[in-house]
Design a protein around this ligand. Structure first.
Ligand SMILES: [Mg+2]
Length: 255
């Protein structure tokens, strides 16, 4: 599989790299508010950004302010909150949803979620501004399942699901605007910042990235999953670890 993918990469006139951050470029942080810029990632992104045949976009679920600190690299796109907020290579800041239309709903829900997880071990509420998330990675499995089910019901009663969406994951629940969608973000960037003859390539590690895989493949591009465990995916091929991803991307500099 990789031979065919590598062949397409070698033959492409230009490559637009869409890269998730956590679990893809860098190993997972212990908690989501842990911001520890990785010099190896920054060095790699700097070299990729300087290559005339390559364009780089980081597409992350983290807030834009986190991503700006983790990837302080000029000349690349930084998309945070699944692409609701992004920074262009020239430093322009774009919000795709009006904050004032989002926040009142999240402010209504937040105390309910806070109340639900208070006095429980292993839960963490993250307020990213545009979205709210409950992380339960360190909670007991049964309790995590029950609490996240209650949190989901509370969210459905508090917000209009026509304008918001729930994002799931392993012991994880998040609510944000409908545009908190990596696939729609990739489609938006390809349309509004089109780069003639560029082959889009998306690298990511979880189910939120699968939404982007679908879009990239529909545009004739390549989707790469980062995972060492067997998993259902629509990706064209897979890499086992963030370290292997960095090594593979580094090879693009020699093409
Ligand atoms: Mg990830």
């Amino acid at each position: 599989m990789f031979n065919r993918v590598d062949e397409r990469i070698i033959q492409a006139k230009r490559l637009w790299l869409f890269l998730d951050y956590d679990g893809t470029l860098a190993e997972f942080a212990p908690t989501p508010d842990h911001i520890n810029p990785d010099p190896e990632v920054i060095s790699l992104l700097t070299k990729l950004a300087a290559h005339s045949r390559l364009r780089v976009a980081i597409v992350s679920g983290r807030s834009l302010s986190h991503i700006q600190r983790l990837a302080p690299v000029p000349g690349i796109f930084l998309a945070g909150s699944y692409g609701i907020e992004f920074q262009t290579p020239t430093g322009e800041l774009v919000n795709r949803v009006a904050y004032a239309t989002v926040r009142p709903y999240l402010d209504g829900l937040k105390p309910q979620w806070e109340n639900l997880i208070s006095r429980r071990e292993g839960f963490y509420l993250e307020d990213k501004g545009w979205t709210l998330a409950i992380h339960a990675r360190f909670a007991a499995a049964d309790e995590a399942e029950d609490v996240l089910a209650i949190a989901r019901r509370a969210a459905c009663e508090s917000v209009h699901l026509e304008s918001f969406r729930l994002l799931g994951g392993h012991r994880f629940l998040e609510i944000g605007p409908q545009l908190a969608h990596k696939g729609q973000t990739v489609a938006y960037l390809l349309e509004h910042y089109s780069w003639k003859d560029a082959l889009p390539l998306y690298v990511g590690d979880d189910d939120k990235d699968e939404e982007a895989f679908e879009v990239v493949k529909s545009k004739g591009g390549i989707a790469v999953l980062v995972s060492s465990a067997p998993r259902r995916t629509i990706a064209n091929c897979r890499l086992p670890t963030p370290q292997a991803t960095r090594y593979w991307l580094e090879s693009f500099l020699d093409i």
